[in-house]
Design a protein around this ligand. Structure first.
Ligand code: ATP
Length: 565
């Protein structure tokens, strides 16, 4: 991936040059002692070589062996046995350090100043520190500039930016390697750049869509203040579209040239993530010549999708990243972390309606439809109002559900779905891989291809499905009393099993067909509630009965059977 110093004259020159510089300048570095008494380095001897850095390493190893002999113990750090590729002195956190670039990590050890008796204090090895090279995402020369100065300035050293993991959160962290020698820093900079260029899975160019209207209209600010500077730091080029209307990202994705990009990013909530995922997938079908007006086998999206959560629930980002944190999402994108995620097709009469990760019909659909009618309200108030109102008017939907249970869930998901499948199959069917059918009055029906984690349901709305096991969770809630239904809803936020009610059934499925049988559509609900219609925002309601579906927090209407695969 990069050249080793013993083959490079420049490196050797730079090394000696930097040592001289270090001695001449009032630089805060100490030359490494050639006295091998009392030092605590415990690196393994590198392969013998005549280059200056390697000779240096050999002396170091001799110290280390002597110390090991003296103390009789080995302090082995994983990766310690790697040989140095480049070695030099930098000041890190105000301490002069012996810095080694190894194959997989950058290691630094504070240099112990000698005491007048020629010995150094014990215990310094404990201060040895390192960063994995694979965690580094940017490197810059650090210069001191006066106010308003754009270029030049006094070189102070090199700054490395790396990704730090704290629980599920990722964040960036800077390590300053101070050394005022231009030559020295130039050599190290080149090596770090070579290392970064070797990470082929990391994006170099991204198409970004920002929904300025998400949640509290903060998406633009989140992107410009927190995310764009990080992309810039990581030398990622971006082409940004701030959407002007619903469907803007979808139509842009259908037309724009995606060849120059390594990924598509959306900054917004679930509805927006759905729109962008739909656009990407639709574009892929168009490019592959798939006829979405007939039954088709979808092709994969040509580019990965990165979701920066900036919405009100952010179920998709939460499920994929395990946390709702814009910076974490950006770091995953920068580091090139990939996760495959199942997506469903929603179609009617074999015509594709859209793609999506999750769907709710009945209570979930009605609540969203009502909330959409009250867009003028602040978002949290609107949702609360819609939930209360829909609960007050709780009504079951008469439906026929036909589904194909999953026979062989993918290996990775088997452990978690096995118990569920067993439970499901013993309760509901013997012959998996055969179409099953149930019908009756249902308060809610959920079909989820991902676990759907959110703050209200930290275990997920569908905790038994996985992100990429090729299956969906079908959760049906049959008609029951309002009190029992509320009890079931409340369980999502608690540790208790939300499915352990006689009126709730769960299945692991590949395909579902949902056919409403009621004689009235959702328009009847609205007229009952005396809701003033906004013709621009309200989806068309005709004499044909339309039913509201909540697809990833976005409203979809369908008048007939919907097939989900
Ligand atoms: N410029 C825009 N103006 C109006 N609506 C837009 C615009 N851009 C996108 N949209 C649409 O707004 C809808 C809601 O957006 P989004 O999902 O980002 O926010 P949210 O509803 O607050 O979040 P969540 O879905 O997580 O609850 C989406 O369907 C999206 O397609």
């Amino acid at each position: 991936m990069f050249e080793t110093p013993r083959r490079s004259a420049t490196v050797l020159n730079a090394w000696s040059g930097s040592l001289e510089d270090l001695q001449q300048q009032a630089q805060p570095v100490s030359p490494v002692s050639t006295d091998n008494t009392g030092k605590k380095k415990k690196t393994k001897p590198p392969q013998r070589s005549v280059s200056v850095p390697q000779l240096f390493a050999l002396e170091d190893a001799a110290d280390s062996e002597a110390e090991e002999r003296r103390t009789g113990e080995k302090c082995h750090i994983e990766g310690d046995d790697e040989e140095s590729i480049l070695r030099g002195i930098f000041k890190i956190e105000k301490k002069s350090c012996d810095v080694e670039l190894r194959a997989s990590r950058l290691v630094w050890t504070p240099i112990q100043p000698e005491t007048p008796t020629g010995t150094s204090k014990a215990g310094m090895l404990l201060n040895k520190d390192y960063v994995e090279l694979k965690e580094i995402f940017a490197v810059k020369l650090k210069r001191r500039r006066s106010v308003g100065q754009q270029k030049g300035g006094t070189l102070l050293g090199i700054t490395l930016f790396h990704c730090v993991k704290k629980g599920k959160k990722l964040k960036d962290h800077a390590i300053h390697l101070s050394n005022m020698s231009e030559d020295h820093c130039e050599v190290w900079l080149r090596h770090f750049k070579d290392i970064l260029n070797g990470f082929r899975n990391r994006p170099k160019s991204l198409k970004v869509f920002v929904n300025p209207n998400s949640h509290r209209k903060e998406a633009n600010q989140i992107y410009s203040e927190q995310i764009a500077p990080l992309f810039k730091l990581a030398d990622i080029k971006t082409a940004t579209t701030i959407t002007e209307y619903k469907g803007h990202a979808l139509s842009a994705l259908k037309e724009c040239d995606l060849k120059e990009f390594d990924g598509v990013i959306c900054v917004g909530g679930d509805g927006f993530a759905n729109e962008v995922a739909y656009g990407l997938l639709l574009r892929a079908q168009m490019d592959a010549g798939r006829d979405t007006d007939s039954i088709f086998t979808p092709v994969r999206a040509p580019l990965p999708l990165g979701i920066i959560p900036a919405g009100s629930t952010d179920i998709v980002a939460y499920s994929v990243q395990g946390i709702r944190h814009p910076l974490t999402a950006a770091m995953h994108i920068i580091m090139g972390h990939y996760q495959s995620v199942d997506v469903c097709t929603f179609s009617t009469h074999s015509r594709l309606l859209r793609f999506g990760f999750s769907a709710m019909f009945g209570f979930g659909g009605r609540t969203l439809a009502l909330a959409e009618k009250h867009r003028w309200m602040p978002s949290s108030q609107r949702r609360e109002f819609a939930v209360i109102k829909t609960l007050a008017n709780l009504k079951p939907e008469e439906c026929e559900l036909t589904f194909l249970p999953l026979k062989n869930p993918k290996q990775e998901s088997q452990k978690t779905t096995r118990s569920k499948l067993k439970r499901d199959s013993s309760n509901h069917f013997d012959n998996v891989d055969q179409w099953q059918s149930i019908q009756g009055l249902f308060l809610n029906i959920s079909i989820m291809a991902i676990p759907c984690l959110c703050s209200m349901a930290p275990k997920g709305l569908a905790p038994d499905t996985r992100l990429d096991n090729g299956s969906m969770s079908l959760i049906t809630v049959r008609n029951t009393s309002r009190a029992d239904f509320i009890k079931h809803l409340k369980r999502y936020g608690s540790l208790k099993d939300q499915f352990s009610f006689p009126f709730v059934e769960t299945y692991t499925v590949q395909e579902v067909k949902l056919k409403p049988r009621s004689t009235s559509g959702w328009s009847d609900d609205l007229s009952e509630e005396n809701v003033k219609f906004d013709s621009k925002r309200t989806p068309m309601i005709s004499s044909e009965k339309n039913y509201p579906w909540n697809i990833d927090g976005d409203l979809m209407e369908a008048s007939s059977e919907v097939n989900i695969r």
